[in-house]
Design a protein around this ligand. Structure first.
Ligand SMILES: Nc1ncnc2c1ncn2[C@@H]1O[C@H](COP(=O)(O)OP(=O)(O)O)[C@@H](O)[C@H]1O
Ligand code: SF4
Ligand SMILES: [Mg+2]
Length: 365
């Protein structure tokens, strides 16, 4: 973490200079419903270094939001953590009381949710909402509240005059920026973002992403950024987790996953977005739809849609295999531990081939 990193008011001790800021171990979450149990997150493990940016991608319904809610301890029934651990700054988040969690949120860990702009209270000014958050954390000095509120709003490129504005007086992009500013009030160690740009047009998306990245570089917080748009995180994340049907399909360095996707699903996702440069190519996407998580396939969850499915794939589920620095849940890479088992470059007919259709994202890395 950079030495110059400022802390918000009355900040707690920073995390240790070495070691992970977050360790998620074997985490599973179920929605327990009358019609059955949905395992939305299954045995997910990853850790995050201070200042690291991890992107989590996958189709709608694959468990991304549930995973974030579980990390931030925001789940409510019928959702339940059924196994695993979440260690944040060396302390278990699972089982903390509401009071203990309230002390951690905003100050150490901030969450910007999907359509966060709609999470703003419509009958309170932006400044009043910032004030509530700061007061909840024991900051009572009017001067301090006003100063910090103006500071964070400026950080996200909004004139502090808008502290007096109500949410409906701001554009969608400004409301999203305000939420991100609110997340910065205490300069947390970890910012969790769930599709924070999904309601914005492409230009506003790009500009907000650049701003998030600049803030992250300046203040050194770690980011977990969820999106269904792989191209969005390609430019910004250090590592990429590809989720499929509640499980990690692939987890590795972003450049590695983009250049040489190992899992056929990662390759399919890469094939699903267009290039604005290079030759026009047919976007093949991924045929079919994800499985019902109440009744997932017995073997590999991707088997019904996988172009490389083998008999064994339907018989038993594959483990996560380590291939160099990447983890991949696919039999094609079983036994490749530590080596290079070849890749599924998107649009390829086999390991190792390349696809010009994704060169924008790849070259941008
Ligand atoms: N409140 C809920 N009750 C029951 N099932 C839910 C609820 N929220 C999410 N799910 C189910 O959990 C799975 C994962 O959902 P979610 O985490 O929202 O996925 P994503 O964020 O990737 O779109 C989906 O199958 C969804 O139907
Ligand atoms: S395990 Fe089999 S079905 Fe699953 S992704 Fe790999 S090749 Fe495809
Ligand atoms: Mg979601």
């Amino acid at each position: 973490m950079p030495a110059r990193r400022p802390r918000g008011p009355a900040a707690p001790a920073p995390p240790p200079a070495t070691g992970s800021v977050l360790e998620v171990g074997d985490l599973s979450v179920e929605y327990i419903l009358d019609r059955g149990t949905i395992t939305a997150v299954e045995h997910v493990s990853f850790d995050l270094d201070p200042g690291e940016f991890i992107g989590i991608v996958g189709e709608s319904g694959c468990g991304k939001s549930t995973l974030l809610f579980a990390i931030a301890q925001l789940l409510a029934p019928p959702a339940e953590i059924t196994g695993g651990s979440v260690i944040f700054k060396g302390r278990s988040m699972v089982g903390l009381t509401d009071k203990q969690l309230a002390a951690v949120r905003w100050r150490d860990l901030s969450v910007v949710m999907q359509s966060a702009m709609n999470a703003l209270n419509p009958v309170k000014s932006i400044g009043a909402q910032f004030k509530d958050a700061m007061r909840a954390h024991g900051v009572s000095s009017k001067q301090e509240i006003a100063g910090r509120s103006a500071e964070v709003l400026k950080m996200v490129g909004i004139d502090p005059v808008h502290l007096k504005s109500y949410p409906h007086q701001l554009s969608g992009g400004m409301r999203q920026r305000s939420m991100i500013a609110m997340a910065m009030l205490f300069t947390p160690d970890l910012v969790i973002m769930d599709e924070p740009t999904s309601a914005l047009d492409v230009v506003a998306q790009r500009s907000l992403m650049v701003q998030i990245k600049e803030l992250q570089r300046e203040f050194g917080f770690a980011v977990i950024f969820v999106t269904h748009d792989m191209s969005l995180v390609s430019h910004f994340s250090d590592r990429l987790m590809v989720m499929y049907a509640g499980q990690v399909a692939e987890l590795g360095a972003t450049r590695q996953v983009f250049d040489s996707p190992l899992h056929p699903y990662s390759a399919g996702l890469l094939d699903a977005f267009p290039s604005i440069r290079g030759p026009k190519v047919h976007l093949s996407g991924i045929p079919g739809s994800p499985p019902d998580l109440a009744r997932p396939p017995h073997g590999c969850r991707f088997a019904p849609r996988c172009p490389k499915v083998m008999a064994r794939c339907e018989a038993a589920p594959p483990d996560l295999y380590q291939v160099g620095g990447t983890q991949v849940r696919c039999y094609l890479h079983e036994g490749a531990s530590g080596g290079d088992a070849g890749s599924w470059a998107s649009g390829s007919g086999g390991p190792g081939s390349q696809d010009a259709g994704n060169e924008d994202a790849r070259s941008a890395l």
